[in-house]
Design a protein around this ligand. Structure first.
Ligand SMILES: Cc1ncc(COP(=O)(O)O)c(C=O)c1O
Length: 370
């Protein structure tokens, strides 16, 4: 029995608000049972699975309105594996990395590989962000589109004048929930356990012709590249609608289902409007509550897919998260290493704005009764 029982009339239809793995849609799972289950336990080298990978690749080009020549590459290991793959197959000599939280920082460390010069790190305090700048000798500029640990969004824009360099966007938690122009980056990569409402373990990268040329150039050089982390190997396999090694079939099915759903609803602009509506509800609530405020003070830096709310010291946010969890409203805890008196709420596309309204009512109820 929870220490405080929330009025059941206030509860959201679906109580999952975590930043990943995040909620799947009931229809997606129903489709998996009716159509996907038969694919389980069948070869990923045969037509049914390869056709599904082909649909995913085309569906993503449609969703992101990809300019001519952009290609979808995929492989196993999640975005973390992609960081190392990028260090092997995309960085030539030196990178510049934007860091204002845990994930940007992890990507910057994987670019500190022994065969590269130390990256320039452009740092900002968690909860804010800085800007990349043109730097001679840098051939790769990297940044998180959405810093999941803090809920800070960055614009997808090229560094002016960096025409010979590549732009790399870690879109793990932004992809599919935030609108942008793909022509403004060379590699937009992510994993499917967030807006795509699937499971972890896969990475997906949409690469420009310039990025593909870089992958080919480095593969032809004498740099040692482990096969698992070679983007040239991944590219060759992806063009055949395959992955180098065995993928999780269920993950692919759920990803494909979500892409088809998003495209049928109106694509990226529709998805972004929905996450904006959900996140605005939370930011407006926090802005107007005497015990809460948005952690990200600059409204322009606030994420529409990951909302972080600080609480007054008279309120124990961890206790709110614990009571919510005991009532089936889960994963509103802040990023574990941020160490703030905070709730963090994912407002990914699968979440209906009405569920965010219900969550707010639940938080109000807990604040009143705890
Ligand atoms: C922005 C960002 N980058 C990278 C990762 C790591 O992704 P994965 O767990 O798929 O390796 C995450 C995970 O939450 C993330 O939010």
């Amino acid at each position: 029995m929870p220490e405080l029982v929330i009025d059941p009339a206030l509860l959201p239809k679906d109580g999952r608000f975590g930043c990943g793995p995040s909620r799947t849609r009931a229809e997606q799972l129903a489709n998996f049972v009716s159509e996907g289950a038969a694919l389980m336990g069948t070869s990923h080298r045969q037509a049914p699975i390869k056709d599904m990978v082909g649909e995913i690749r085309q569906g993503l080009l449609d969703l992101f309105r990809a300019p001519e020549g952009y290609e979808v590459i995929l492989g196993n290991g999640g975005s973390t594996a992609f960081w190392d793959a990028a260090a092997f197959s995309l960085a030539k000599r030196k990178a510049q990395a934007l860091v204002h939280g845990e994930f940007g920082s992890k990507f910057a460390s994987s670019l500190s590989a022994p065969w590269l010069e130390s990256p320039t790190v452009v740092k900002a305090d968690p909860g804010s962000r800085a800007e990349l700048y043109l730097e001679p000798g840098v051939d790769l500029y990297v940044y998180p589109h959405n810093e999941t640990s803090t809920g800070v969004i960055a614009p997808v824009v090229r560094v002016v004048g960096a025409d010979d360099a590549l732009m790399l966007t870690d879109a793990t938690s932004a992809a599919g929930g935030v609108d942008f122009d793909l022509a403004q980056t060379d590699v937009y990569y992510f994993a499917p356990q967030k807006n795509f409402a699937s499971d972890g373990g896969l990475w997906i990268a949409i690469a420009s012709p310039k990025a593909i040329a870089r992958i080919e150039e480095i593969a032809a050089s004498d740099r040692y590249i482990p096969e698992f982390l070679s983007l040239k190997v991944a590219l060759d396999n992806s063009r055949l609608n395959q992955t180098l090694n065995t993928p999780a079939i269920a993950t692919l099915f759920l990803l494909n289902d979500q892409i088809k759903w998003m495209n049928s609803q109106g694509g990226l602009s529709w998805a972004a409007a929905r996450t904006k509506e959900s996140s605005d509800l939370l930011y407006n609530w926090a802005d107007n509550h005497k015990l809460a405020k948005p952690f990200v003070s600059n409204p322009d830096h606030r994420s529409q897919v990951v909302v972080t709310i600080d609480f007054d010291e008279s309120v124990d946010a961890a206790k709110i998260a614990k009571i919510l969890r005991a009532n089936g409203v889960v994963d509103t805890d802040p990023y574990r290493k941020l160490g703030r008196n905070q709730l963090r709420v994912a407002t990914f596309v699968a979440t209906e704005p009405s569920d965010v309204r219900a969550l707010i009512s639940c938080i109000d109820f807990v604040l009143e009764h705890m």
